[in-house]
Write a protein that binds this ligand. Structure first.
Ligand SMILES: Cc1cc2nc3c(=O)[nH]c(=O)nc-3n(C[C@H](O)[C@H](O)[C@H](O)COP(=O)(O)OP(=O)(O)OC[C@H]3O[C@@H](n4cnc5c(N)ncnc54)[C@H](O)[C@@H]3O)c2cc1C
Length: 444
């Protein structure tokens, strides 16, 4: 048994941020991580010189964002790619009609303008919606007020469905009406040609991180906490648990005594989503040049509806699409080859025989990952925005929950992970700490 000031469970971005701040203030911190690597849901694979971000790719808006500031301070390269939040426009997007013909500029403008008109009414519907209203119900209430013809309504309804799937990996009837309230993007979005995981590597520098130390039980009293691992127990004055809520809710992770009712009820109302990435690298580009994204409307795009040209970041002709929500659940049991063939069939509906065989395919499997159990959190119907922040209320100043799901303003992101880790460190230290403490002292 070893005694520390603070135990941190999880070496994802939240855990590393909290650990780095606490260590910089002289606290004795150890980070216990189940995997054989740091970063958690920020994970880059590298093979044959190909850099693939299997987890997070984007900073969703660099303005006033501590993640962007950290990335700058660490000297990480970025590429602008402002289409990662299912924007209808702003950057060139090639829309294809239900029959596979490319929409003219005028037709695209009409469609985009419909989305903006809808959103104005939709904001009021959501603000006035009763508790337990789903996102899907709020959409239908808004359409009943607009009285648009079927085709117009169908395309915008479908856009909202796809946005819900891509942003949160959930079917719109399973999401609370307020589930996308915090979806504002400030400034450009960027991705990482050298891999997002460099952020985790920088944050972990100089910290005491114990890899392959899965914690199965946390026991706590007002006097301190113990974490059980197969390497033995670790004890400290306090403990910060940053694991994804999918793991936190699972029977394999025990907190004894259990979380207080206020926390456990908030936790019950949040869920892990189903969201997987599919990267297809081709020998050459067969799609329109100079577009950020390709989108298919209509039934043909029920599952595979959006492709992102990530060639610049990857350094080779590459499209990224997502299996999200129902599609991710249905294709979970499929082989990578089966998934790739299904995506290629959808692309042939747009580009016919110009579609060539990919020379490399990557499919993520976050739903089957025992240390994640999904990709990120969403608000189930009946949840409240404050459920996120409520999770972060310190328990007897011994047990702290942190991580993306505990941050209200921009949950489900790396930004939320950094902000929540920073807040937890401030809670423990009992005073404000500037964000730049996170990157001060980096030796890159
Ligand atoms: C496919 C995908 C795409 C995404 N895209 C984006 C994006 O573009 N932009 C964005 O901002 N965000 C994105 N996200 C979300 C973002 O990655 C997460 O919100 C963020 O990384 C969460 O950080 P965290 O520290 O809260 O949790 P995690 O990164 O999950 O860290 C928790 C750590 O705890 C460890 N752990 C779990 N169980 C145990 C245990 N029992 N014992 C010890 N350790 C344990 C895990 O291995 C992990 O390292 C994406 C996520 C995924 C999966």
């Amino acid at each position: 048994m070893t005694d520390f000031d603070t135990l941190i469970v999880g070496a994802g971005i939240a855990g590393l941020t909290a650990a780095r701040i606490l260590a910089s203030q002289g606290r004795q911190v150890v980070v216990l991580e189940a995997r054989d690597r740091v970063g958690g849901r920020v994970w880059t694979s590298r093979s044959d010189g190909e850099v693939v971000d299997q987890g997070a790719s984007w900073i969703h808006g660099v303005d006033g964002n501590p993640v962007a500031d950290a990335v700058d301070a660490f000297g990480m390269r970025t590429v602008e790619f402002t289409v990662g939040s299912y924007q209808p426009d702003g950057r060139p997007i090639a829309y294809y009609s239900p029959t596979g013909t490319r929409l003219s500029d005028e037709a695209t403008e009409r469609f985009v303008s419909d989305i903006y008109s809808f959103n104005e009414y939709f904001a009021t519907t959501i603000a006035t919606s009763a508790p337990h209203t789903s996102f899907g119900e709020a959409v239908e209430t808004t359409f009943s007020q607009l009285k648009w013809d079927d085709d117009r309504a169908m395309r915008v309804r479908e856009f909202l469905r796809h946005r819900t799937e891509e942003q949160l990996g959930v079917w719109l009837d399973d999401l609370d009406a307020h589930g996308l309230d915090d979806d504002a993007i400030d400034g450009d979005e960027v991705v990482f040609p050298d891999g997002y995981d460099e952020l985790a590597t920088h944050l972990a520098q100089g910290l005491d991180v114990r890899l392959q130390h899965e914690v199965t039980r946390v026991t706590w009293t007002p006097g301190g906490a113990t974490a059980d691992t197969r390497h033995g127990p670790f004890s400290a004055t306090r403990i910060v648990v940053t694991i994804p809520i999918g793991v936190l809710k699972s029977p394999g992770f025990v907190i004894d005594p259990p979380l207080p009712e206020h926390h456990s009820q908030a936790l019950d109302r949040l869920e892990m989503n189903a969201f997987e990435k599919v990267f297809l690298r081709f020998p050459h580009k067969f799609w329109d040049d100079d577009v950020y994204a390709i989108r298919q409307q209509g039934e043909a795009g029920r599952w595979w509806h959006s492709w992102y040209d990530v060639s610049d970041a990857h350094g080779s002709p590459t499209l990224l699409t997502f299996a999200a929500g129902p599609c991710a659940r249905e294709t979970r049991a499929w082989s990578d080859e089966h998934i790739a063939n299904s995506v290629l069939d959808a692309l042939r509906g747009l580009y016919g025989e110009r579609v060539v065989e990919p020379d490399r395919v990557h499919v993520t499997r976050w739903q089957d990952d025992p240390y994640s159990r999904g990709s990120y959190s969403y608000m189930t119907v009946g949840s409240d925005r404050s459920d996120h922040d409520d999770l972060s209320i310190p328990i007897e100043n011994v047990l702290y929950l942190s991580g993306e799901a505990t941050w209200t303003d921009d949950p489900s992101t790396v930004t939320a992970a950094v902000k929540s880790g920073h807040r937890t460190a401030e809670q423990i230290l009992g005073r404000p700490v500037p964000y730049d403490t996170i990157w001060a002292g980096d030796r890159s």
